[in-house]
Design a protein around this ligand. Structure first.
Ligand code: SAM
Length: 420
């Protein structure tokens, strides 16, 4: 495709994505389905440019003000990720001149909001919690892409064997710094045709999610509930940790998400998982299992703001009102899920949010209202689960993962034991 046509197509894609009426990854995939003739490199250029615009929207919108022509084309020019040669071939002389001028701007001299590229309602609490230096490190880390994290299904294979298989396929996979199940790959190699993947020895799962499954410490023959199982990323890790014994209920209100668990379940070799759609957190099924469960994971619906490296659109699609509504849901789900536990059972509440409002605030309120739940020290729990450098992953007794500190998505988890 001619570079100019590709640039215009990118502007068209940006126009759709920047409406923010649907998640960016879905809009990009739908756009590619509609534009079938696009080659691999062209798709890469369009997707990376779109994500670069989402990551730095305030900065790029501000810089784009001086140019002319459609705003989305200007944004695409400023963020272009398809190489300088292609861009040169696409630009009119006037645009070339403008780009030269913009590239001279001293970015360090710009207002803070154009440098951290977050809405104020998000920047404010993060700055208050982290202080200047760490806040800016976090802002920078959110503008980096995330690597591809993998979990070895220990039911089927050993980590070092899968690592060797990947190496034989030309993929350099490093063992993860914290999770004993994890391998990390740079770039985005295609995995779905590899024997390690089709045989179920390998799943895509970020390191933080693996650590949450480790924190639940589900054991052989236990009764376990994954309350918000979704497409089952954590369910699969829990089922393998239980060595395919006992009973693992995968609940979710979304039947559609639970459907996506099925092919993954088939690959994994697990037969101890029971997916079930529930109407809401007080569903009759929950009442029937009340007091019978050994371990419950609540991977609560949340703002997702810990995953901005992968989903930068979330910072523009979320709002303080949405967070307030999520808090109501999070409290209700945690309260209801807690009823499932036997005396002596373990409860883990987790989110992939960075906000105290969805994390410590929810956990503390639950602790105050439920004196029969004793908080467990997260570092001690992770150490017992053979997680290396566990203390560095925890704050105030909770798991607290940060992209700039740990090079993973942001995650939170609180752990309790119901009094015997
Ligand atoms: C963070 S996602 C779960 C991700 C999943 N655990 C994984 O590892 O792939 C939160 C899930 O909570 C589900 N959910 C929302 N409200 C719920 C409720 N009242 N009861 C149970 N699940 C709920 C959503 O459908 C969504 O799938």
């Amino acid at each position: 495709m001619h570079p100019n046509a590709l640039l215009d197509l990118c502007a068209e894609l940006l126009r759709s994505v920047l409406k923010f009426d649907a998640p960016a990854d879905g809009v990009v995939s739908a756009f590619f389905r509609k534009n079938k003739a696009l080659g691999q490199r062209e798709r890469h250029a369009l997707a990376e440019t779109t994500y670069a615009v989402l990551r730095q929207k305030p900065l790029l919108q501000s810089l784009a003000q001086s140019g002319s022509g459609p705003l989305e084309r200007r944004l695409a020019i400023l963020a272009w990720a398809g190489g300088d040669a292609g861009l040169k071939g696409a630009l009119k002389p006037q645009e070339q001149e403008w780009l030269q001028q913009v590239r001279q701007v001293d970015l360090a001299s710009l207002a803070p909001k154009l440098r951290h590229n977050m809405p104020e309602w998000l920047a404010e609490p993060l700055l208050a919690r982290l202080g200047e230096e760490e806040f800016w490190a976090l802002a920078a880390s959110m503008n980096e892409g995330a690597p591809l994290d993998l979990r070895v299904n220990t039911l089927k294979a050993k980590r070092e064997d899968v690592q060797a298989q990947l190496k034989a396929a030309g993929i350099d996979a490093q063992t993860m710094p914290y999770s004993p199940w994890g391998l990390r790959v740079q770039g985005k190699p295609a995995l779905n045709k590899l024997e390690a993947f089709t045989s179920g020895a390998l799943e895509v799962q970020d390191e933080g999610s693996q650590l949450l499954a480790l924190a639940l410490d589900a054991k052989r023959s236990e009764m376990v509930v994954d309350f918000c199982a979704g497409a089952g990323g954590k369910t699969l890790a829990l089922g393998a940790a239980m060595r395919n014994t006992g009973r693992l209920y995968a609940f979710d209100v979304s039947g559609h998400r639970l459907e996506s668990l099925k092919p993954r379940l088939a690959r994994s070799g697990l037969s101890n998982v029971y997916p079930a759609q529930i109407a809401h957190e007080r569903d009759d099924r929950i009442k029937r299992l009340s007091g019978k469960i050994d371990r419950v994971l609540v991977d609560a619906p949340c703002s997702g703001l810990g995953t901005l490296r992968r989903n930068p659109d979330l910072k523009w699609r979320q709002s303080p009102q949405a967070v307030a509504e999520l808090q109501v849901k999070q409290r209700a789900i945690l309260d209801s899920a807690a009823r499932l536990l036997k005396p002596g059972g373990r409860l883990v509440y987790a989110t992939c949010s960075l906000l105290e409002a969805e994390n410590e605030e929810i956990a503390r309120a639950f602790g105050e209202a439920h004196p029969d739940f004793v908080p467990l020290d997260a570092a001690a729990v992770l150490e017992k689960a053979h997680v290396t450098q566990a203390a560095g992953l925890c704050e105030q007794g909770f798991i607290r993962l940060w992209p700039h500190r740990h090079r993973v998505d942001g995650f939170f988890a609180a752990i309790w034991e119901r009094k015997a």
